[in-house]
Design a protein around this ligand. Structure first.
Ligand code: AMP
Ligand code: MG
Length: 288
């Protein structure tokens, strides 16, 4: 199944998240999904190698979701296919005083990928039209202008060779509660628990409303949003990895041309081998 087509947010249609089932697993079972996911991860590994070698374009993956929807899980999963060299994760917390003293895109712009890089945003500049809206941290006149500002910012990134992929991990309130329970039951997960998990849960409808508007207003050709049904981790990982792999494959990535004369370098190599054999190689052994 083509998940890019299926889960893309259409900017011309009203989005109702209630109509998208977080429990959806397409037409696939867990075993088949694991097989397919492994092939997408392999393709991503090859693609990231090419992106880095090519050095002309970059990829920014934005992850947004309510608590416990699996942002951390996606990061672990996606990056299991990538070389740490050339990849980076940036998490967005409550703005520091320095960040808060700047425009809202300042801290995001500073973290976008350089040419050749893959960067994942764990939360992002979208918090400034989500948590900020839900909790009235700035007036409506301020946050409601930001969709346009965000689109202009992401267009700038596109013009500079950055592909932007944005995922909203969609879980149900029941699944969230289930995951909160797991955290409580497992001492190894206690560090993940915060008071705000429960206080934010009370604002679920307000968050959904804020997401619906943000996703529709900022889903563009160069920086599309995808709503990923995420009650099942295995399905979430499959959909995200397919979308990333197929996007990378459209980017026309190529190995750069060789910068040296290989025939000349071969002569250097043979001379070096000869010298090593003639003079010994320092440990008394002869190399053949
Ligand atoms: P976590 O992702 O669990 O580490 O939590 C990070 C927290 O920072 C979340 O509660 C976010 O809503 C909050 N946060 C991120 N960006 C902003 C922002 N621009 N303004 C206010 N709170 C934010
Ligand atoms: Mg949290």
């Amino acid at each position: 199944m083509d998940y890019r087509a299926r889960f893309l947010v259409d900017p011309l249609k009203k989005l109702s998240l209630a109509d998208i089932d977080p429990d959806d697993t397409g037409d696939i079972d867990k075993e088949k999904a694991a097989e397919l996911t492994a092939t997408y991860l392999q393709r991503m590994e090859e693609d990231q190698f090419l992106l880095y070698a090519d050095g002309r374009q970059s990829l920014l993956v934005v992850l947004q979701a309510l608590d416990a929807a699996g942002k951390d899980g996606v990061i672990r999963h996606v990056f299991s296919a990538m070389n740490p060299q050339g990849t980076r994760v940036h998490g967005f917390k409550q703005p520091t005083p320095l960040e808060a003293a700047h425009d809202f895109l300042w801290r995001a712009h500073a973290q976008v990928p350089a040419a050749g890089e893959v960067v994942i945003f764990n939360r992002s500049h979208y918090e400034d039209v989500l948590v900020v809206r839900v909790h009235d941290l700035v007036p409506r006149e301020v946050w409601s202008q930001r969709y346009e500002t965000i689109n202009a910012f992401e267009r700038l990134l596109a013009e500079n060779g950055t592909r932007v992929l944005k995922f909203f991990l969609h879980i149900s309130p029941d699944e969230q509660l289930e995951r909160f329970k797991k955290r409580l039951d497992d001492p190894r997960r206690h560090w993940k628990i915060s008071e705000s998990d429960y206080s934010e849960r009370k604002f679920w409808p307000q968050y959904i409303e804020a997401y619906e508007e943000a996703l529709v207003k900022t889903s563009t050709l160069t920086a599309p949003w995808y709503v990923i049904p995420s009650d099942h981790k295995w399905f979430r990982n499959l959909a995200v990895s397919q979308i990333i792999a197929e996007t990378l494959e459209e980017m026309g990535l190529e190995l750069p041309p060789t910068r040296v004369n290989i025939d000349e370098i071969k002569l250097h190599y043979h001379a070096a081998v000869k010298a090593a054999n003639g003079n010994g190689n320092g440990n008394g052994k002869k190399t053949t």
